[in-house]
Design a protein around this ligand. Structure first.
Ligand code: DAH
Length: 328
């Protein structure tokens, strides 16, 4: 029987087959077990010898099975290792990473500049009421800035803010001067969309109120901002203009070298002025003056990054966005 067993075990390839073989010989009804059971039928003198021989076979089988088990287990491990082998010399998968949007980067840069000048950064609501967006900013019902074409009104008479200036009023209502704040955020205009106009864009508003704030402080702040953005001693210019909530009012521009044309030119950025007395009255301020300015962030981002069309910012076109992924 042991020869037969040896013969069979030589052909075995798997642990399952080994288990089957063990059962076949040594299981409850196994061939060897049957021989053991049959011992009782033998004459006593035969029984002793046969018993010894069977037990020897059994021991031998158990040892062989043990060996085979070790061999087969090792074989299974080797097969698994081979199958799961990693070729560390293969190129890695590319992990796509996102990047900050150009508008976000521009806002971050502006916030840094103003924080370094001691300003607080505050946010206001995008859904505004008529009072904060218009009336309190000295823009009564008849004012052309309220043109139905320009303003998104909600059915309950509120507005998507048309500028960040309403936060001037909200901030003054809840704070006492002196203070310096900037307000970045989204604004909305019901405009025909073209290369330089979007129905939604971003502005940055600045407001400084204290005793005896003058136009000189305003000019200084704008020049500081321009220098921080574009380099020391960047020139700035104020030209008289009109905005209902400032008096005097002005437009401001910075002198810079356009990366696109390589030429130095004035870049018209936004509006500014000294806070109008009617605005001070609307928030109950007395004995203080202040300056404010506001400008479009898209315009600054377009000229700084050489983006020719404002619509590129919001189309989510990866070919555009990828170009600026790593840029600061
Ligand atoms: N809110 C104005 C606009 O959207 C821009 C502006 C002009 C803001 C003059 C100001 C300012 O703070 O003083 O066109």
């Amino acid at each position: 029987m042991i020869e037969e067993f040896n013969n069979e075990i030589g052909k075995i390839e798997s642990l399952q087959e080994l288990q089957d073989l063990r059962v076949k010989y040594l299981g409850k009804k196994g061939l060897l077990t049957q021989q053991l059971k049959a011992l009782g039928k033998l004459a006593p003198e035969e029984r002793k010898q046969a018993g010894q021989s069977i037990n020897r076979d059994k021991k031998q089988m158990l040892a062989i099975i043990d060996d085979a088990k070790t061999r087969l287990e090792q074989k299974a491990i080797n097969a698994k290792l081979a199958a799961e082998r990693v070729d560390v010399s293969l190129p890695a998968y590319k992990l796509s990473t996102g990047g900050l949007h150009l508008i976000t980067k521009t806002i971050n840069k502006l916030e840094d500049v103003f924080r370094s000048m001691g300003y607080d950064v505050v946010m206001g609501p995008e859904l505004e009421d008529e009072f904060h967006n218009f009336d309190a900013l000295n823009t009564p019902k008849w004012h052309p800035a309220r043109d139905l074409q320009d303003t998104f009104w909600t059915t309950d008479g509120r507005v998507l803010r048309t500028h960040t200036s309403p936060m001037q009023v909200r901030y003054m209502e809840t704070h006492k001067p002196p203070f310096k704040v900037v307000v970045p955020g989204k604004v909305f205009r019901n405009e025909a969309v073209d290369a330089t106009h979007e129905a939604q864009f971003h502005q940055l508003e600045a407001l400084v109120v204290a005793e005896r704030i003058t136009m000189a402080d305003l000019k200084g702040a704008i020049t500081e901002m321009a220098s921080a953005l574009l380099g020391k001693d960047t020139k700035t210019r104020l030209q008289p203009s009109y905005f209902p909530f400032v008096e005097p009012g002005a437009e401001f521009a910075i002198w810079w070298k356009s990366p696109k044309t390589g030429k130095e030119e004035w870049l018209e950025l936004g509006g500014c002025g000294l806070v109008h007395p009617n605005v001070m009255k609307a928030v109950g301020y007395e004995g203080v003056t202040g300056f404010a300015f506001g400008f479009g962030i898209e315009r600054l981002a377009m000229v700084s990054y050489g983006i020719p069309d404002v619509r590129y910012f919001y189309q989510g076109d990866m070919r555009v966005l990828r170009q600026f992924r790593g840029e600061l």
